[in-house]
Design a protein around this ligand. Structure first.
Ligand SMILES: *[C@@H]1O[C@H](CO)[C@@H](O)[C@H](O)[C@H]1NC(C)=O
Ligand SMILES: *[C@@H]1O[C@H](CO)[C@@H](O)[C@H](O)[C@H]1NC(C)=O
Ligand SMILES: *[C@@H]1O[C@H](CO)[C@@H](O)[C@H](O)[C@H]1NC(C)=O
Ligand SMILES: *[C@@H]1O[C@H](CO)[C@@H](O)[C@H](O)[C@H]1NC(C)=O
Ligand SMILES: *[C@@H]1O[C@H](CO)[C@@H](O)[C@H](O)[C@H]1NC(C)=O
Length: 463
């Protein structure tokens, strides 16, 4: 999002991060089976030990009988006693053996269950997780139809390398089956329910992409649909309210309200000033020149680092209302803007300006082929993104850039101790070459807060 995003309170960022973090998953079935197995082995070892221990102390004669060789009747008595003791011992041994047998049978059955949990033997489905392919309950109805694999017509398996096609679906969707079932409950070929907020909630939790649906989104707007304004005027005008399909998930019910909120000072809304496109608004000044606050670069200075006209297509990750893409459009560069309709209809706003919105969280692999983009810009990737996620995201940016393409890391925000210790090594590891680098300590937080902004222009090397 834009600079304002970075001024959001720490608790808001933590809240956002928490929203992006998947919920804890139940323990894997394999692990709990291993626990049972260990428990069974331990229990049986103990019982065998106790059993054999008691049998030894109880059934062996406490004192060895003395052998009376000179007295035949005493000898017989002794032999009799010994035979009796021996018989008792034999019975004991048999009992012990059957106890061992029972233990080993139990062990065998546990091992078999373990084996089937690892997919070795599916004739004996042992857990619901196994049966429903990771879903807590058996999926039914539309959900089932949307997520299950579908057989290909005869003759296509070689082309696809499979006999059936699997729909795209976020792995984490399995963690939120109740909500997903609600999302997939609708009249087939009818109108979709008013559930944009539910869909966003699922996506933010990692259920991304959502399954496809067989319903038509209805317009839940009070104003009738209005055609967008023509380009290039649309780039800088507040769109008509009627271009938004559904205002119901938002506090504001029209653009007038959003712009008024943008102009109001204070508040914790993350992109609160980015709807104000008026000539006096802050949005008009973004990226127009270097160093507007000591860290920012101007678009023209950045484009000047490349051969004239070679920056043609790009991506802005977390691009708010699309102003970066608008400025690039004015320079004949096509930029796609990733947005999420969190708190306001960002996608509709970007589209109404004549720009391309792409609904994507930062957890999602970028939907571009390798080496196709000339530029990637972001103000969203920052110190709030968990370290491993950030590193995967940076490698993904590197992947989609063409050799000689540039990654503009704009206002990266982090703690001073982490900048050189964590983030600089990560950027180096990804393989970027620094064209420009500007690090500034954030002053508006007070001297005791060691927080930094970095803006960097990084090149994917030509070789
Ligand atoms: C041997 O022991 C049995 C019982 O265990 C008893 O009935 C029998 O009389 C004993 N025989 C002798 C010779 O002690
Ligand atoms: C142990 O089990 C096997 C087969 O499960 C059986 O054939 C054998 O008789 C058993 N032995 C005992 C002492 O129970
Ligand atoms: C815009 O929405 C606000 C509340 O969100 C409402 O008070 C206001 O009357 C609306 N204005 C128009 C022109 O619809
Ligand atoms: C953008 O393209 C149009 C038409 O090709 C051209 O007239 C215009 O000069 C270009 N603008 C810039 C800034 O290059
Ligand atoms: C990071 O390292 C550079 C030199 O390697 C140094 O100039 C800079 O002050 C360091 N930044 C922070 C925030 O410690």
């Amino acid at each position: 999002m834009h600079t304002t995003k970075l001024r959001v309170s720490t608790s808001q960022l933590q809240h956002d991060a928490a929203m992006l973090r998947p919920a804890p998953r139940p323990a894997a079935p394999g692990r709990s089976k291993m626990k049972i197995l260990l428990l069974v082995i331990a229990t049986n070892l103990v019982s065998v030990y106790l059993f054999s221990g008691t049998s030894l102390s109880l059934h062996l004669p406490a004192t060895a009988p003395s052998i009376h060789l000179w007295d035949s009747s005493a000898l017989l008595r002794d032999l009799n006693a010994t035979r009796a003791a021996l018989a008792a011992s034999l019975a004991e041994t048999a009992a012990l053996r059957s106890q061992c047998n029972a233990s080993s049978l139990l062990l065998e059955s546990v091992l078999a269950a373990l084996g089937s949990a690892h997919g070795e033997d599916n004739t004996n489905p042992s857990s619901t997780a196994e049966r429903f392919n990771g879903w807590p309950e058996e999926p039914t109805g539309e959900l089932r139809l949307a997520i299950e694999p579908h057989p290909l017509p005869h003759g296509y398996s070689a082309k696809f390398g499979t006999d059936e096609l699997y729909p795209g679906l976020g792995f984490a969707c399995r963690n939120f089956q109740d909500e997903l079932t609600r999302y997939m409950t609708y009249d087939v070929a009818g109108e979709c329910p008013d559930d944009d907020a539910l869909a966003l909630r699922l996506v933010l939790k990692g259920c991304e992409p959502l399954p496809r649906r067989r319903c038509r989104p209805r317009r839940f707007s009070s104003s009738p649909y209005v055609e967008p304004r023509p380009m290039p005027g649309s780039l800088w005008s507040i769109p008509p309210d009627g271009t938004v399909a559904n205002w119901s998930p938002y506090t504001c019910k029209n653009y007038t309200c959003l712009v008024a909120r943008a102009r109001a000072r204070g508040g914790s809304y993350e992109c609160k000033d980015c709807f104000d496109l008026s000539v006096s608004g802050k949005e008009r000044r973004r990226w127009m020149s270097d160093s507007r606050d000591g860290v920012g670069f101007g678009i023209d200075a950045v484009l000047a680092t490349r051969s004239l006209g070679t920056v043609r297509v790009g991506l802005d990750i977390g691009g708010g209302t699309g102003t970066f893409a608008a400025r690039m459009a004015e320079r004949n560069v096509t930029v796609v803007t990733t947005t999420l309709d969190a708190g306001a209809p960002f996608a509709a706003f970007v589209a109404a300006r004549g720009l391309v919105p792409l609904q994507l969280t930062v957890m999602h692999r970028l939907p571009f082929a390798d080496a196709v983009l000339d530029i990637v810009h972001t103000m969203q990737l920052s110190g709030w993104v968990p370290g491993a996620v950030l590193e995967f995201a940076l490698f993904d940016v590197y992947r989609v850039l063409r050799p000689g393409g540039v990654f503009w890391l704009d206002h990266f925000f982090c703690h001073g101790t982490q900048l050189n210790a964590t983030y600089v090594p990560v950027l180096d590891r990804v393989g970027f070459r620094r064209l420009r680098w500007k690090a500034t300590r954030k002053l508006d937080l007070g001297a005791e807060r060691n927080e930094w902004y970095v803006s960097a222009l990084l090149e994917k090397p030509m070789t």
